[in-house]
Ligand binder design. Structure first.
Ligand SMILES: CCC/C=C/C(=O)SCCNC(=O)CCNC(=O)[C@H](O)C(C)(C)COP(=O)([O-])OP(=O)([O-])OC[C@H]1O[C@@H](n2cnc3c(N)ncnc32)[C@H](O)[C@@H]1OP(=O)([O-])[O-]
Length: 570
């Protein structure tokens, strides 16, 4: 086994932690991380998109793992940011003493982290955080943030500490980490000054990992060791999501101390009921509390850490063809590609990444599940949920939609199956739609569920099929066959199911001949108004959704609709 694999396997789950470093651009986040890991300082400023580091420790006979996520200060990637909030165990929030706005951002960040943690179905407690007032070496005349002001604020918040630091002069960096590790109840030896830095391959480290003494007989090898993994790769986003849920479960278990069956025994009652599900989807559903074993008692799943780095298919598969500059993004959440918080987060991240990939010019949105484009929003996210989860879910949908509708890329929907509600929204948000002929249906059917299509769903439909057709379509919650959809302009082309992809590829050729700049400006100017209408009231819209969907009457309608779906199936 190669050395980096050994590193990853060596620490037991209880000894694995993720530290997330956040703050606005140019406050010195990367410099602090670099001091901590390598005791180096680089005067050059290079903006960070997201860096991942891993440090392994051998302390008092145990192996520990600290993953560090050094995040982007500008945030063109809201979904990635939210994921970092969810997956972090401990946080360093950095501001610069010469920039008051950066301090304001730290206060906002703290709120957002707490909000994200509270939005988990299994709520997690406030994580340990430390506020770093960096660039403390700057002349007093340049100072905009007073030490006393921050100290006073921090004294009023729980599990939070504060220090002024200078990454440039190595001022208080060791103390920063030491204080944070103390707050998080991690071994103090994880701080830079309390362990010996070695490298992978170093005999002392190799011996320590195996739990044997490197020193001659009689001499104890108790010195704590720390090694930065040179091969660290950021775990997949899907692993992150699983990890976040597992941690939340763990935390809740700690608070409640119920007796918990191990995963194998916990899953066996589900297996017989849900034979068609993959292990991964079973796990997902179990996390969401959708699957109950026959006896009705809800089992908590103890997720063994093996799955953390396990390669998983992912709910959103991206296949980038660098020769053509065309990416194919496939939704992959059997049985019907319903869009839950995880799928939407993964979709947002995938879109954000493609948007920043200069080699990508076009994207085809499709499905990996036969006969389905997407069944729309996951109804279970809206049924018997909590206000926090509803808000988080809605924000994820808003972000995914803003990324898709506002994309600079040529976007084409390959609709090879049913596409109701949220599925129809995704399709309508693309530049061009090719749909499979036959039994499949498309439309915004919200009124049939007793709910109202949000204003931005309506806006997109208005832009697609005009006022009169939208009025009819929305009031009736109409679902159209491919031919009917073609006749009202809801889709652009209808072909036999096995020709959808090839038709999209052919159509793309003419779109790709248009110079990007002119096309993008035209697209942006036509979509701006609709995008701005949501962007300017995202929070209000999310709150409205949560209040609306949790109304008793709406919950009753949703309950009846779920029952009708199940009845139809049986
Ligand atoms: C303000 C809010 C705006 C709302 C926007 C929306 O998008 S609202 C969304 C509006 N969306 C709709 O109204 C679409 C409703 N769905 C359908 O009409 C059909 O499923 C289909 C035509 C998409 C596929 O038919 P098919 O014969 O291939 O499949 P099947 O019917 O046998 O279903 C298989 C399993 O999936 C389950 N499930 C299905 N959809 C959802 C869902 N959205 N979520 C969760 N679960 C869903 C279904 O219960 C069944 O579960 P079971 O019993 O195995 O535990």
């Amino acid at each position: 086994m190669s050395s980096h694999l050994v590193d990853e396997c060596a620490a037991p789950p209880k000894n694995c932690f993720r530290l997330v470093v956040l703050g606005t651009a140019r406050v010195g986040k990367t410099a602090i991380v670099s001091r901590f890991l390598f005791n180096q300082y680089d005067d050059q400023y290079t903006p960070t998109i997201e860096d991942f580091h891993r440090k392994m420790y051998r302390i008092r006979g145990e192996v520990y793992r600290l993953d560090i996520l050094d995040t982007s200060g500008v945030h063109p990637f809201p979904a990635m940011r939210r994921l970092s909030f969810l997956t972090g165990d401990l946080f360093i929030l950095v501001y610069s003493v010469d920039n008051y706005e950066s301090y304001m951002e730290v206060m906002r960040l703290r709120e957002q982290i707490l909000e994200s943690k509270a939005s988990c179905k299994t709520r997690t407690a406030a994580p340990p955080m430390i506020i770093a007032g960096n660039k403390a070496d700057r002349p007093e005349s340049e100072r905009e943030v007073l030490y006393d002001e921050v100290a006073k604020w921090v004294s009023t918040v729980k599990k939070c500490a504060f220090l002024e630091t200078s990454a440039k002069k190595n001022g208080n960096i060791n103390e920063l980490f030491q204080t944070l590790f103390e707050l998080a109840k991690l071994p103090p030896e994880m701080s830079p000054s309390l362990h010996r830095r070695v490298s992978i391959g170093d005999q002392a480290w190799e011996a320590a990992k195996k739990g044997i003494s490197f020193y001659p007989r009689g001499k104890q090898d108790d010195n704590p060791l720390g090694v930065v993994s040179p091969h660290a790769r950021r775990p997949s986003l899907r692993s992150d999501l699983i990890e976040a849920e597992a941690k939340a479960e763990q935390e809740q278990r700690r608070a409640e101390k119920p007796s918990i069956p191990k995963i194998s025994s916990a899953l066996s009652p589900y297996r017989s009921q849900y034979r068609s599900c993959t292990w991964m989807s079973l796990l997902r559903q179990a996390f969401q509390g959708l699957v109950r074993p026959a006896g009705g008692q809800v089992c908590r799943l103890q997720v063994q850490h093996r799955c953390y780095n396990a390669p998983a298919a992912g709910h959103v598969q991206v296949d980038m063809n660098s020769d053509t500059g065309v990416a194919t993004v496939r939704l992959n959440r059997p049985p019907v590609n319903s869009l839950n918080l995880d799928v939407l987060t993964e979709l947002s991240i995938a879109l954000e990444k493609l948007e920043t990939d200069r080699s990508c010019r076009a994207m085809v949105l499709a499905s990996a599940v036969p006969g389905i484009f997407s069944a729309g929003l996951d109804i279970m996210e809206m049924y018997k949920s909590t206000p926090e989860r509803c808000v988080a879910f809605w924000r994820a949908l808003q972000d995914a939609w803003l990324n898709l509708y506002g994309s600079r890329l040529i976007t084409m929907a390959a609709i090879e199956g049913h596409s109701p509600a949220g599925g129809c929204l995704l399709a309508m948000s693309c530049d061009y739609r090719v749909m499979a002929d036959g039994k499949f249906q498309i439309g915004l059917n919200e009124t049939r569920l007793g709910i109202v299509a949000p204003f931005w769903f309506t806006d997109v439909m208005l832009c697609t099929i005009g006022h009169r057709e939208t009025e009819k379509a929305l009031q009736l919650g109409a679902m159209y066959s491919a031919q009917q959809a073609l006749s009202i302009g809801l889709v652009d082309k209808v072909v036999p199911a096995d020709q959808v992809m090839s038709t999209v590829q052919t159509e793309l050729k003419s779109w790709l001949q248009i110079p990007d700049a002119a096309r993008v400006i035209t697209k942006t100017s036509m979509r701006k108004q609709v995008l701005d209408r949501l962007s300017s009231q995202k929070e209000k819209d999310a709150q409205f959704f949560a209040d609306f969907i949790l109304r008793e009457s709406v919950q009753k309608s949703l309950g009846a609709y779920i029952a009708s779906l199940q009845k139809r199936k049986s």
